[in-house]
Design a protein around this ligand. Structure first.
Ligand code: SF4
Ligand code: SF4
Length: 433
């Protein structure tokens, strides 16, 4: 990576502490990613993005700001990127997936808060994340209690806008979410000085739909018997979708998909035949949280799909682009977003339907249900998910784990035992075909 110290200094970062962070990431990445065999050539672009994660993209953001554009950071797949793009602002998903930020987060939040929230607060307050430092506005949402209260604290450090997400999906909730989108439009117009019009919103919808389409193209390739890409690599692509330049991301991911399609034609797989296929379901995995995928794929399994916000919840369902008036477009946005089945909703039968559907579509052999510690909504929802999976005779294991590697050995043992248990089930299913 080139020398970006002047840039980081201009962002008021704690350079000494940031050096410590920069020391850890490359080693971690080499071990988890570059050690994989049969990686597609197309992953080189994504390696480059990670190598430059605090460099080139930050420089691009600085250039955007120099040209008068605003940078808007968000934490949840409910924040409509289409509106950010329509305001000619630059959206970045803020990763809060590192253990490094937890101690700083714990200076402000109770220890028994979810790691994602603690890392988000720690990343900002420690001054070690150049993305947080580049944002002109952060957008939070009222999805879970931990986040709601954390926004009040983050709001003391940076301008903050909070979208009030309803927790049910009745007609009145849809109307309420449309209202929240309208308020968000006003906020962005004020921030950027740009008027959001039907035309600019249509362009935003088109762009973000394209981003979702390319991710769907990538995920469709994971439905193949011969897996052309590892789960770890697919996860990385989705994580990068949150902060990369969208046009470039679409182009590079399409190139990757072309290579993967050739692999499929040639029946090339990155895993040995018979490797158990795993659907991961649960809480999001922000960069650099690659722990669970790494554990699964070094314990004898392969991840074929993620029913998470760094997976299908991010890109499934496009926004209807036929609306001509602003009201029709806002309704289309509201309809698409309120179709996301996050565990913060009650009741939430749609998520169970999604898990059952994805299990079939991706020809999975088992489900790994993942939650971060202290995530009440996802942990509690496991009961209903398990009941539905048991009824459908689908094997499932629940893994609760934070960002640290302390439980790695124990996790590996549990996963290996789970995969062994899947073998006889697979044989019975094959015999019944
Ligand atoms: S799990 Fe829920 S709250 Fe968290 S990012 Fe996803 S939609 Fe947002
Ligand atoms: S993982 Fe759970 S507790 Fe953490 S921010 Fe998301 S919904 Fe909230």
């Amino acid at each position: 990576m080139a020398d970006y110290r002047e840039l980081w200094k201009s962002l008021d970062m704690d350079l000494e502490k940031h050096d410590q962070l920069c020391e850890v990431l490359p080693k971690f990445y080499d071990e988890i990613y570059l050690s994989q065999e049969k990686r597609p050539e197309g992953m080189n672009y994504f390696n480059f993005v990670i190598a430059e994660v605090h460099g080139l993209r930050i420089q691009e953001l600085a250039e955007h700001r120099k040209n008068g554009q605003k940078v808007v950071g968000s934490f949840c797949v409910f924040v409509p990127d289409e509106v950010i793009s329509a305001a000619d602002a630059v959206g970045v998903g803020l990763c809060s997936g590192s253990d490094f930020w937890i101690p700083d987060g714990e200076k402000y939040l109770p220890r028994n808060s979810c790691p994602l929230v603690k890392a988000a607060v720690g990343a900002k307050t420690s001054g070690t994340c150049p993305y947080f430092q580049s944002c002109d506005l952060l957008v939070g949402e009222t999805t879970c209690d931990g986040k709601k209260k954390a926004w009040e604290i983050l709001g003391e450090h940076v301008p903050m806008h909070v979208m009030d997400l309803p927790q049910m999906k009745r007609e009145k909730d849809k109307i309420h979410w449309m209202d929240e989108i309208r308020i968000f439009i006003d906020e962005l117009e004020e921030l950027t000085g740009n008027k959001i019009t039907e035309e600019s919103l249509a362009r935003g919808i088109e762009l973000i739909n394209k981003k979702r389409e390319v991710l769907q193209r990538l995920y469709d390739l994971r439905k193949e018997e011969n897996l052309p890409i590892s789960g770890k690599d697919a996860l990385l692509v989705t994580q990068i979708a949150f902060y990369d330049n969208p046009e470039r991301f679409i182009e590079k991911t399409n190139e990757l998909c072309e290579e993967l399609e050739k692999r499929v034609q040639n029946k090339e797989s990155v895993f040995a035949e018979g490797t158990p296929r795993i659907l991961v379901s649960g809480t999001p995995m922000a960069v650099p949280n690659w722990k669970l995928h790494h554990m699964i794929e070094t314990s004898g399994g392969s991840v074929v799909c993620e029913e998470t916000c760094t997976g299908t919840r991010y890109f499934e369902n496009l926004v209807d682009n036929t609306g001509e008036t602003m009201e029709e477009q806002i309704k289309a946005l509201s309809d698409r977003y309120l179709n996301i089945n996050c565990a913060c909703f009650t009741p939430n039968p749609g998520r169970i339907d999604d898990i059952l559907r994805l299990y079939k579509e991706y020809k999975a052999d088992g489900v790994v249900y993942y939650t971060l510690p202290f995530c009440q909504t996802y942990a509690t929802e496991f009961k209903k998910v398990k009941e539905a999976l048991d009824k459908a005779d689908i094997p499932v294991i629940m893994i609760e784990s934070d960002y640290s590697l302390q439980d790695a050995g124990q996790l590996k043992t549990r996963l290996e035992a789970f995969f062994e248990m899947l073998e006889p089930k697979k044989e019975i299913a094959a015999a019944n075909k």
